[in-house]
Ligand binder design. Structure first.
Ligand SMILES: [Zn+2]
Length: 60
């Protein structure tokens, strides 16, 4: 499986996605550093949207 690419909904930059990316996964844009969520995955097409603000700090 190839890596997928998608456009950042915030800055329009290209985001490389891991091959095993899943819907509702959160990715950080490497260009604007905003968090985006995987909205939908279609044939060779990944739709991203801006991640909602979440008040969590698991991970630290
Ligand atoms: Zn971006």
């Amino acid at each position: 499986m190839n890596n997928s690419k998608a456009s950042c909904p915030i800055c329009g930059g290209v985001i490389l996605l891991p091959a095993d990316v899943e819907v509702s996964e959160i990715i950080t844009c490497s260009e604007c550093y905003n968090r985006v969520v995987i909205e939908k995955i279609e044939e060779g097409d990944v739709i991203l949207s801006e991640a909602p603000e979440i008040d969590e700090d698991w991970g630290q």
